[in-house]
Ligand binder design. Structure first.
Ligand code: ATP
Ligand code: MG
Length: 340
């Protein structure tokens, strides 16, 4: 049996001469939380919109829950839920009325709809607000309703486009916990997009890094971090109570050192390249008579991976095309005239 919930084959979307999504190939396994990570304008929402059958690919295709997104779009829609980037709800209606309306739109049987709404409102701690108008809600409250709206038909595959965008830290962490719970307890396959490396790191089993329409890396967060670990960068936070300017000078002269910042009298933040950078730093301090009270090696983050991968690409492009890198072409400055 195929254990893949989603398979894309050269999935491509062009808007006139802009290639928003460029021959993208990836699989999402059943039961997985898969993250699409990338900067503004990278093509994340466009991938999601194609997989949710809201827009057709220009080239290539994909299957979702075993159905072709173009030839069997109706079937695809029966198996998915979408938490869209934009919260489209009726401000004058109450939370309950909004949910009832959207439940009817997705053909949730009448007998089960009300029970499902009550259950979902409780899950996101919004039962007290069921009879209040959406227009009176804070962003975090609205987003909770927006998220459960996508769950009314108990979807097998849930797409979430930036589920924590604009939320305060508490709502963010509650929504993240809720996503994890849906995945673990309800066995939902989840595809989420985010700009936030930390979110991808916390939630996702695998992450696809997308940049200018192309998947530039795809793996588990751990394996992605290994790309930059050791060989590329070490970050060390060190407390040396008898620190001297001479020690700092010697450190700065070591091969592979990128930067040495003396934060307090006794504190150093050191960035270095090379596999043995960590050992060299410690040896140097000790040889100059320094006593190390504490040392913390900071793990590379997905942020480092992203900079490592896309930074290289950008430099290559600048070298080959000179000045053809236009932020506006791919970024938020580009007006989005909605073409289907
Ligand atoms: N309907 C459209 N018509 C024309 N261009 C579009 C349309 N939708 C998206 N684009 C363009 O395609 C590119 C990718 O946009 P998309 O919204 O998929 O990016 P994103 O990664 O979701 O970005 P963000 O992080 O800002 O949400 C952008 O350059 C955008 O301007
Ligand atoms: Mg987007």
């Amino acid at each position: 049996m195929d254990d893949r919930a989603i398979v894309t084959e050269n999935l491509t979307k062009k808007f006139k001469d802009l290639v928003a999504v460029d021959h993208v190939n990836f699989d999402v396994k059943k039961g997985e939380i898969f993250g699409l990570l990338g900067p503004n304008g990278a093509g994340k929402t466009t991938v999601i919109r194609m997989l949710c059958t809201l827009t057709y690919p220009t080239e290539g295709t994909a299957s979702v829950a075993g159905y072709d997104i173009v030839k069997e779009d109706g079937k695809v829609r029966e198996h998915i839920g979408l938490v869209s980037e934009k919260m489209i709800m009726y401000d004058r209606l109450t939370a309950y009325e909004n949910l009832k309306f959207f439940g009817k739109l997705c053909n949730v049987p009448k007998g089960t709809l009300e029970k499902r709404i009550d259950e979902l409102l409780r899950l996101v701690h919004m039962e007290k607000w069921a009879k209040s108008q959406i227009g009176t809600f804070s962003t975090g409250m609205k987003q909770r309703i927006n998220v459960i709206r996508a769950l009314l038909n108990v979807p097998e595959i849930l797409f979430m486009d930036e589920p924590t965008l604009g939320l305060d830290p508490q709502s963010t962490s509650e929504i993240r916990e809720f996503i994890k719970k849906l995945n673990v307890e309800d066995k939902a396959t989840i595809v989420l997009t985010t700009h936030q490396m930390i979110e991808a790191d916390m939630l996702c089993d695998r992450v696809g890094i997308i940049d200018r329409g192309k998947i530039v890396a795809l793996d588990t967060p751990l394996n992605l971090k290994k790309i930059v670990a050791g060989a590329e960068k070490t970050s060390v936070d060190m407390n040396v109570p008898n620190l001297t300017n001479e020690m700092v000078g010697t450190l700065k002269g070591l091969p592979g050192i990128v930067s040495v910042v003396r934060e307090k009298e006794t504190h150093l933040l050191i960035r270095a390249r090379g596999e043995d950078a960590f050992d060299k730093i410690i040896d140097s301090i000790r040889q100059s008579g320094g006593k190390i009270a504490s040392i913390k090696s900071q793990e590379p983050s997905l942020e480092d991976v992203f900079l490592h991968i896309t930074g290289k690409e950008m430099r290559a492009e600048v070298r080959s095309k000179v000045k053809t890198y236009e932020v506006g072409k791919h970024g938020p400055m580009q007006p989005k005239s909605r073409v289907r």
